[in-house]
Design a protein around this ligand. Structure first.
Ligand code: C2E
Ligand code: MG
Ligand code: MG
Length: 638
């Protein structure tokens, strides 16, 4: 038995002892009552002697009642049993010897011993009783007793009484032994049950992976802490910390590495535990931190510290893993005075923090709640839109500036609601990305674009390819490349007719995972364009790493290049650079002829914008193709 088991065992034994004390006290009361009645009957009514003996016995009983407790249990039990035994013997000796009714008390006393579960008392008192029987018989025999019935005394009666007492005591002794064994078994079972219960409770409150307390533990802890103080000056903060890119780390390096990384971060966060701050691990990529009795300054400092623990250099086995984390913070009592309200609002703040970028934290404010309600409504709408096929693809031509031919087409998604109103992609794509719905939507785009591209081929424009936009989110699961190729195969479109437009933000995501998917597609003939070039990292190294064949200069530069010298030079520089590294270029957002002409003079090969056409539905795009002045089209890439 280890130390903890011993403690459990002794606490149960203490409980049993407390029950025994209760039982003993009720026996004492019972006997005291009987003695009082006996006193009344024999001394007061029938005027017999030995009043003092009875009064002393009664006094002893009352003393024992007062004295009985867990610690004095053995001694009180012994005094109680021996007082009764001696009293019975005393009356037998002084009255009718072996024929006295007081000897009937002997079996009752043995039953008390059994009830008190005391085998030593049974054995010793039974022995005394048998000896006392023979003493009485001997006393009668020798005439020591002046009992009126003494002349009837014989040894046969003593033998029989002793034998009956012996059998009775043995039965009681055996019963007590059985009772003891049963009690022991019950205690052990009870301890096991307690231990299983404790283990289950502990498991239910612990995160299996990191062994940190989990969300249930957090809710109990937070609830208990915020109930304790109600003043508005005493602040508490509930923080939700999420590791943004854990899914892509799992997808590229495996769950094993992902789990090790979580454990590493968990143990660093655990070091932040202080008397007023406690860290919990609520789900795979999410931690909860509760800080009590604090102020805004401390909360901010703590959030900084927590973020720092995550973007330390994370070496997991041979890999250096970049972790990006964000924190949403809700403050009690301002943002809520119960756990659920705080958690909900901390999550709302987290959404804003994630939108701010990597390694950011945000405090909850009420405006966020309105935005989040609008986002939720939009999300529900998007789910319905997928079910009811409410998406459409619009197409915008990409023009070769020198020849004015349609060299390619960009597919841009629109959501046509039941009331026929159109929702622009920039309004719903961010929500589709954040919710993961973009995966389903994105594959539908590839499929529909392939179907429409084949229909242009049937119209005779069999060189025309189609570009689709892909969000970083779509690469996170790691199977986007193979899903795209599978879709093209199903639609029977050669991969060389598909161009995928990705943005520079993809480069800061998990590089290896994305690179392998892009290589997979490129090896089958799919081409890659870098959309909105110039707005992000503009890291040239990535262009070659990701096999990009075309740079799409962002429309913000194109729009202003005619009026702002800086923008003009920037566009010029991007074009020169693209020539130098042998990569195609296209300018987006061209709205007038002069911009198109200038771009052509600067060496821009392709253009796209309202100057030629806004994005239009498929049927209008077919009309546009057929009515195009030169009616000629060709592939975008050189
Ligand atoms: P983007 O890929 O850079 O698309 C160009 C955006 O500029 C389109 O907006 C297009 O309608 C608009 N545009 C084209 N020419 C001009 C012009 O001359 N002037 C002006 N002012 N605007 C012009 P749209 O369709 O609202 O798309 C916005 C963004 O939404 C896209 O930017 C793209 O990043 C994203 N998107 C669109 N469709 C999809 C899709 O199917 N999947 C994903 N993941 N993203 C998409
Ligand atoms: Mg695009
Ligand atoms: Mg763009």
């Amino acid at each position: 038995m280890n130390k903890r088991q011993q403690i459990e065992y002794s606490s149960i034994l203490a409980q049993i002892a407390a029950d025994k004390v209760k039982r003993l006290k009720s026996f004492i009361l019972l006997i005291s009552g009987s003695l009082a009645l006996f006193f009344l009957l024999n001394i007061v009514i029938y005027q017999q002697a030995h009043a003092y003996t009875l009064v002393i016995a009664l006094g002893i009983m009352l003393f024992l009642y007062w004295f009985a407790c867990e610690d004095t249990l053995p001694i009180v039990s012994s005094i109680f049993i021996w007082t009764l035994t001696l009293l019975a013997f005393f009356f037998a000796w002084n009255t009718e010897g072996l024929y006295d009714t007081s000897l009937l008390a002997y079996p009752c006393i043995l039953v008390f011993c059994a009830m008190l579960n005391n085998r030593v008392l049974i054995a010793s008192s039974a022995l005394f009783m048998i000896i006392s029987i023979y003493c009485l018989a001997y006393a009668e025999y020798t005439g020591l007793l002046a009992s009126p019935l003494a002349e009837f005394a014989d040894w046969r009666k003593a033998h029989n009484t002793a034998l009956v007492l012996l059998v009775f005591a043995s039965v009681v002794y055996i019963l007590t032994q059985d009772l003891n064994r049963l009690l022991d078994k019950l205690v052990k079972m009870h301890i096991n049950m307690l231990r299983t219960k404790q283990r289950t409770q502990r498991k239910a409150l612990t995160n299996r992976l990191t062994l940190l307390p989990n969300e249930i533990a957090c809710s109990q802890y937070v609830q208990a802490r915020i109930y304790r103080h109600h003043s508005a000056e005493q602040l508490s903060a509930l923080m939700v910390l999420t590791l943004n890119n854990l899914n892509s780390i799992n997808a590229s390096l495996g769950f094993d590495i992902g789990d090790k990384l979580i454990n590493m971060i968990a143990s660093r966060l655990n070091l932040l535990n202080q008397s007023n701050a406690k860290v919990f691990h609520s789900s795979n990529n999410q931690f909860l931190i509760f800080i009590d009795e604090t102020d805004y300054h401390d909360i901010e400092a703590f959030a900084h510290q927590a973020l720092q623990t995550t973007f330390f250099s994370n070496y997991v086995e041979q890999y250096e893993v970049e972790v990006s984390a964000c924190i949403g913070i809700a403050i009690a009592p301002h943002d809520g005075n119960n756990y659920d309200a705080l958690l909900r609002r901390a999550h709302t703040a987290l959404t804003s923090a994630v939108q701010l970028g990597h390694n950011q934290f945000a405090f909850f404010d009420l405006e966020m709640e309105d935005q989040s309600k609008a986002r939720l409504a939009m999300l529900a709408g998007l789910k319905r839109a997928i079910e009811h096929h409410e998406f459409e693809l619009f197409y915008q031509p990409k023009i070769e500036l020198a020849t004015n031919t349609i060299a390619g087409v960009e597919a841009l998604i629109r959501w046509r609601k039941a009331n026929n109103s159109l929702v622009s992609s920039s309004d719903f794509i961010p929500i589709a990305e954040a919710s993961g719905l973009i995966n389903e939507i994105g594959l539908w785009v590839v499929k529909q674009a392939a179907i429409d591209c084949l229909s242009w081929h049937k119209l005779g424009f069999n060189q025309l390819g189609v570009s689709v936009n892909a969000s970083p989110e779509q690469f996170k699961k790691g199977n986007f490349g193979s899903l795209v190729l599978k879709t093209l195969k199903q639609q029977k479109l050669d991969p060389s007719y598909l161009d995928i437009e990705i943005t520079e933000s993809l480069f800061i995501e998990d590089e290896k995972n994305i690179q392998s998917q892009i290589h997979q597609m490129v090896s089958q003939g799919v081409s890659i364009s870098i959309d909105d070039f110039g707005t992000g990292y503009s890291n040239l190294n990535y262009l070659t790493k990701f096999n990009a064949s075309t740079l799409k200069i962002d429309q913000s530069f194109i729009k202003n290049m005619m009026h702002e010298r800086n923008q003009y030079h920037l566009v010029d520089a991007i074009l020169k650079m693209s020539h130098a590294i042998g990569i195609e270029n296209i300018a987006e957002g061209i709205e007038d002829k002069s911009t198109a002409n200038i771009l052509m003079q600067l060496g821009c090969r392709y253009g796209q914008g309202y100057f030629w056409s806004e994005p239009v539905p498929q049927n209008e795009f077919c009309t546009l193709l057929l009515s195009w002045p030169k009616g000629r089209s060709g592939p975008l890439t050189a």
